[in-house]
Design a protein around this ligand. Sequence first.
Ligand code: T3D
Length: 260
Amino acid sequence: MEHEQIVHEEDGGVAWIRLARPDRLNALTTRMSEEILDVLGSAGRDDSVRCVVVTGQGRGFCAGQDLEEFRDAGQLDVTEHLRSGYNRMIAAIVELPKPVLGAVNGVAAGAGLSLALACDLRIASDQASFLQAFIRIGLVPDSGGTWLLPRAVGLARALEMSLTGRKVGAEEALATGLVHRVVPADRFEEEARAWAADLAALPTRAVGETKRLLAAGLDGTLSDALEREAVAQAGLAASPDFAEGVAAFLDKRAPRFTGR
Ligand code: T3D
């Protein structure tokens, strides 16, 4: 598929998705979500891709739904729009069996915040900000916002952000668990690249299983979690990366994982 609203690059096992509508703070469109899904699909199939980074061009990360598309909201089947677009995009990120890094370069609002939250890990520029913008225009959080935000910051903070729609700065985001790292804007790209390279060097199958088990564990019982872990561990214990991890430990050297 031709990419018109994102830039897709691959470098050193990392697939970069750069949202590329900077004059609109990378506001999401139907087309953009299809392009993101396209890259996520190919990243999932391609064994050489061992990490995905989502970031934005210009001063914004993503300002949520492009409200120009909503000028005539009465004409739009919103449920179908979400089901066929943003919901699939969010699920594809959460379910991708590879690490996904959200590199939040600027403002993340509405579905743009949900997009950042769907990523496994988040690095933010000290210029970044975060807002549950939906309430400002009379909507509820969507694109996973009601599920992802309370899991990141707890129900009380999620409610406060969702009901006020206020802008949360990078330092507060770090303190409340909304992001994992904050770096100065002038070192943002370099730091995001370095973290992505570290993620791409991990034992990818174990990453995928860890994502899956933690997500399932939050909603299930301990006995179900114990059983899922036992089954997953058997699969991983037979993997080349496990053999390499043990050999490297015993040889007192750094492991060289291949993702198999
Ligand atoms: O069916 C469905 O899909 C429903 C799904 C809904 C999901 C949602 O995401 S709903 C929430 C939509 N997003 C918003 O409501 C956020 C709107 N934007 C803002 O509140 C502000 O732009 C920000 C707080 C994000 C940033 O403010 P600021 O002052 O830094 O920038 P700005 O001047 O407001 O924006 C810069 C330009 O981007 C501006 O255009 P201009 O004046 O230079 O020509 C602005 O209109 C444009 N822009 C920003 N956000 C959007 C947008 N254009 C279209 N849609 C946007 N969401």
